[in-house]
Write a protein that binds this ligand. Structure first.
Ligand SMILES: [Fe+2]
Ligand SMILES: [Fe+2]
Length: 147
Protein backbone atom coordinates (compact mmCIF):
# COMPACT_ATOMS: atom_id res chain seq x y z
CA UNK A 1 0.00 0.00 0.00
CA UNK A 2 1.52 3.29 -1.04
CA UNK A 3 0.66 5.63 1.76
CA UNK A 4 3.99 7.40 1.65
CA UNK A 5 2.28 10.74 1.04
CA UNK A 6 -0.44 10.33 3.60
CA UNK A 7 -0.16 12.17 6.88
CA UNK A 8 -2.42 12.03 9.91
CA UNK A 9 -2.89 15.81 9.72
CA UNK A 10 -4.78 15.25 6.44
CA UNK A 11 -7.53 13.36 8.21
CA UNK A 12 -10.93 15.04 8.30
CA UNK A 13 -12.37 12.62 10.85
CA UNK A 14 -15.11 11.75 8.34
CA UNK A 15 -14.31 8.09 7.56
CA UNK A 16 -15.64 7.83 3.98
CA UNK A 17 -13.94 11.06 2.96
CA UNK A 18 -10.68 10.00 4.61
CA UNK A 19 -10.81 6.72 2.66
CA UNK A 20 -11.25 8.66 -0.59
CA UNK A 21 -8.33 10.93 0.27
CA UNK A 22 -6.07 8.04 1.25
CA UNK A 23 -6.84 6.42 -2.09
CA UNK A 24 -5.62 9.55 -3.85
CA UNK A 25 -2.38 9.43 -1.83
CA UNK A 26 -1.98 5.83 -3.00
CA UNK A 27 -2.49 6.86 -6.61
CA UNK A 28 0.27 9.40 -6.17
CA UNK A 29 2.73 6.70 -5.05
CA UNK A 30 1.64 4.47 -7.96
CA UNK A 31 2.22 7.36 -10.36
CA UNK A 32 5.71 7.93 -9.01
CA UNK A 33 6.52 4.23 -9.42
CA UNK A 34 5.26 4.37 -13.00
CA UNK A 35 7.42 7.44 -13.62
CA UNK A 36 10.48 5.66 -12.22
CA UNK A 37 9.79 2.78 -14.66
CA UNK A 38 9.04 5.23 -17.46
CA UNK A 39 5.79 3.38 -18.01
CA UNK A 40 3.89 5.84 -20.21
CA UNK A 41 0.82 3.68 -20.92
CA UNK A 42 0.37 3.06 -17.21
CA UNK A 43 0.69 6.79 -16.46
CA UNK A 44 -2.00 7.53 -19.06
CA UNK A 45 -4.32 4.95 -17.54
CA UNK A 46 -3.60 6.26 -14.04
CA UNK A 47 -4.60 9.82 -14.94
CA UNK A 48 -7.94 8.56 -16.21
CA UNK A 49 -8.41 6.45 -13.10
CA UNK A 50 -7.65 9.43 -10.85
CA UNK A 51 -10.17 11.59 -12.76
CA UNK A 52 -12.78 8.85 -12.36
CA UNK A 53 -11.98 8.56 -8.66
CA UNK A 54 -12.42 12.30 -8.15
CA UNK A 55 -15.62 12.44 -10.21
CA UNK A 56 -17.02 9.71 -7.99
CA UNK A 57 -15.88 11.18 -4.68
CA UNK A 58 -16.32 14.96 -5.03
CA UNK A 59 -20.14 14.77 -5.17
CA UNK A 60 -20.16 12.90 -1.86
CA UNK A 61 -17.99 15.54 -0.23
CA UNK A 62 -20.17 18.30 -1.68
CA UNK A 63 -23.30 16.62 -0.38
CA UNK A 64 -21.84 16.41 3.13
CA UNK A 65 -20.97 20.13 3.02
CA UNK A 66 -24.51 20.96 1.88
CA UNK A 67 -26.05 18.78 4.54
CA UNK A 68 -24.30 20.85 7.20
CA UNK A 69 -24.90 24.19 5.42
CA UNK A 70 -21.20 24.87 5.06
CA UNK A 71 -21.13 28.50 3.87
CA UNK A 72 -18.18 28.09 1.45
CA UNK A 73 -19.68 25.15 -0.44
CA UNK A 74 -20.03 26.91 -3.81
CA UNK A 75 -16.42 28.11 -3.79
CA UNK A 76 -15.28 24.66 -2.76
CA UNK A 77 -17.18 23.06 -5.65
CA UNK A 78 -15.50 25.44 -8.08
CA UNK A 79 -12.09 24.39 -6.75
CA UNK A 80 -13.04 20.73 -7.30
CA UNK A 81 -14.17 21.47 -10.86
CA UNK A 82 -11.03 23.35 -11.76
CA UNK A 83 -8.84 20.52 -10.40
CA UNK A 84 -10.68 17.95 -12.54
CA UNK A 85 -10.33 20.22 -15.57
CA UNK A 86 -6.63 20.55 -14.88
CA UNK A 87 -6.26 16.76 -14.76
CA UNK A 88 -8.24 16.41 -18.00
CA UNK A 89 -5.81 18.81 -19.64
CA UNK A 90 -2.89 16.71 -18.40
CA UNK A 91 -4.56 13.63 -19.82
CA UNK A 92 -4.92 15.28 -23.24
CA UNK A 93 -1.34 16.52 -23.20
CA UNK A 94 -0.13 13.06 -22.22
CA UNK A 95 -2.07 11.56 -25.14
CA UNK A 96 -0.35 14.02 -27.46
CA UNK A 97 3.00 12.64 -26.32
CA UNK A 98 3.99 15.29 -23.79
CA UNK A 99 5.67 14.29 -20.55
CA UNK A 100 3.43 15.84 -17.92
CA UNK A 101 4.14 13.33 -15.15
CA UNK A 102 6.28 15.64 -13.04
CA UNK A 103 3.77 18.49 -13.17
CA UNK A 104 0.95 16.08 -12.46
CA UNK A 105 2.56 14.56 -9.37
CA UNK A 106 3.49 18.04 -8.15
CA UNK A 107 -0.13 19.17 -8.50
CA UNK A 108 -1.42 16.16 -6.60
CA UNK A 109 1.08 16.76 -3.79
CA UNK A 110 -0.07 20.38 -3.55
CA UNK A 111 -3.66 19.17 -3.60
CA UNK A 112 -3.00 16.87 -0.62
CA UNK A 113 -1.53 19.67 1.46
CA UNK A 114 -3.45 22.74 0.26
CA UNK A 115 -6.83 21.35 -0.59
CA UNK A 116 -7.24 18.24 1.53
CA UNK A 117 -5.34 19.41 4.57
CA UNK A 118 -6.53 23.03 4.60
CA UNK A 119 -9.73 23.49 2.58
CA UNK A 120 -11.26 20.10 3.37
CA UNK A 121 -9.90 20.54 6.90
CA UNK A 122 -11.92 23.76 7.16
CA UNK A 123 -15.28 22.20 6.38
CA UNK A 124 -14.41 19.19 8.56
CA UNK A 125 -13.82 21.54 11.50
CA UNK A 126 -17.02 23.43 10.70
CA UNK A 127 -18.97 20.15 10.70
CA UNK A 128 -17.44 18.85 13.91
CA UNK A 129 -18.09 22.20 15.65
CA UNK A 130 -21.66 22.11 14.41
CA UNK A 131 -22.14 18.54 15.62
CA UNK A 132 -20.93 19.63 19.06
CA UNK A 133 -23.20 22.66 18.99
CA UNK A 134 -20.35 25.14 18.73
CA UNK A 135 -21.20 26.49 15.31
CA UNK A 136 -23.48 29.42 14.43
CA UNK A 137 -26.59 29.29 16.62
CA UNK A 138 -24.96 26.51 18.61
CA UNK A 139 -26.36 27.95 21.83
CA UNK A 140 -29.91 27.60 20.42
CA UNK A 141 -29.24 23.99 19.46
CA UNK A 142 -27.86 23.29 22.93
CA UNK A 143 -30.85 25.00 24.53
CA UNK A 144 -33.20 22.82 22.48
CA UNK A 145 -31.20 19.72 23.32
CA UNK A 146 -30.51 19.19 19.64
CA UNK A 147 -26.79 18.44 20.00
FE1 LIG B 1 -11.51 16.16 -0.56
FE1 LIG C 1 -12.63 19.18 -1.31
Amino acid sequence: MGLHYWHQSMETGLPTIDDYHRKLAEYLSDLENAMADDNRPFIGAMILEIIEHLEATFPYEEEVMREFDYPMVEDHIRVHESFINRLRTYSERHSRGEDISRKLTYDIKIWLTNHIQLQDGNYAKFISDKKRGKGPLGWVRRLLGAT
